[in-house]
Design a protein around this ligand. Structure first.
Ligand code: RAM
Length: 329
């Protein structure tokens, strides 16, 4: 018995030592998303894994709450702090509510960046935008306006009311509305990046605004749910669904005519770039204004005075090119 116990103890120590030495070498980067089960973030995770493979000795912890709340993300952050991860790269459900938890992470030596949907400056070392906010704001209005030669009513179906990215894009869209005199924005509603709530909100818009010509959803979850609601209401050809979507999810909507066109950037590249940035900052890259931080095959991110960098321009998808992209993301 005694011998057995000694052997077991020795084995346990050996396992513990192996675990310690492995964790000393491996950089653990948590990719924290708004919620689980969103295709956009799953595509970003593919990019994160690609970056990890390229860097070597990097483990990606893909995680997020079950729904798109700041409370859920705070729990996730606290658990990552307890696990002692090396870096957190987060797409935030709220710019301010996460700041105390993320500050605690930074105090413990964890590198913190936001990507996709930003955290206020006090809660992160840098933020990576997918593209210029102004450009995205103009793009989502133009996508609708291009198919409304006579103008008319449009409504926005967003994600959560506190999402940093959607709120910034909507503000930018509202700012360019005077350049589209025939376009009348009648409402902005929130589907919380939940399919069923987004579907019901889209139905509500069609009921409240019978002359609605377009639903603009700057969220991959919302645009797909709106397409379904318009299809089920028999309003294809009457209400055009547009905004930001994934070609893989939107192919059927383009084929049916529920969606004339929509836009997005490459989510795989975004997850890849966020991982590269988290890794390089963890290894000492400067996050001062003007700093250039390498993002592997993408090139460098240049930080502005708010510690923010932007990637590429969004790309527009329609019947002419959807086939080519639907198997990629
Ligand atoms: C959803 C999320 C994400 C956003 C895309 C366009 O997947 O809200 O944050 O960037 O849509």
């Amino acid at each position: 018995m005694r011998v057995m116990k000694t052997i077991l103890t020795t084995a346990a120590i050996a396992v513990a030592m192996a675990a310690t030495s492995a964790s000393a070498e491996t950089t653990r980067i948590a990719l924290v998303v708004k919620a689980q089960g969103i295709g956009f973030f799953e595509a970003a995770a593919k990019g994160a894994e690609e970056a990890a493979a390229e860097l070597g000795d990097v483990e990606i912890i893909y995680t997020g709450p079950t729904d798109t709340t700041a409370e859920g993300q705070i729990e996730v952050i606290n658990s990552l702090i307890a696990q002692g991860v090396d870096a957190i790269a987060i797409s935030a459900n709220d710019p301010d509510a996460l700041v105390p938890a993320l500050q605690k992470a930074m105090e413990r030596g964890i590198t913190v960046i936001s990507w996709d949907s930003g955290v206020a400056e006090a809660g992160r070392q840098m933020h990576l935008n997918p593209s210029s906010t102004e450009l995205i704001g103009n793009t989502i209005i133009k996508l609708a306006a291009d198919h409304m030669p006579d103008g008319g009513d449009v409504a926005i179906l967003s994600a959560t009311a506190t999402a940093t990215n959607q709120n910034a894009w909507i503000a930018a869209a509202e700012a360019v509305l005077p350049n589209y005199p025939g376009i009348n924005l009648v409402a902005t509603v929130y589907g919380d990046d939940l399919s069923d709530k987004s579907y019901r909100e889209a139905q509500g818009l069609m009921t409240t605004y019978p002359d609605l010509k377009a639903i603009i959803a700057p969220t991959t979850v919302g645009i797909l749910a709106a397409c379904q609601a318009v299809t089920d209401a028999g309003k294809i050809g009457q209400v055009n669904v547009t905004g930001l979507g994934l070609p893989s999810e939107m192919a059927g909507c383009v084929e049916s005519g529920a969606t004339q066109s929509f836009a997005i950037w490459n989510p795989i590249d975004l997850g890849y770039a966020a991982t590269m940035l988290a890794f390089n900052i963890h290894n000492g890259a400067s996050t001062e204004a003007g700093a250039e931080i390498p993002m592997g095959r993408i090139g460098n991110a240049t930080l502005d005075e708010t510690g923010t960098a932007a990637m590429s321009d969004p790309f527009t998808y329609d019947a002419s090119n959807i086939e080519q992209f639907k198997s990629i993301f």
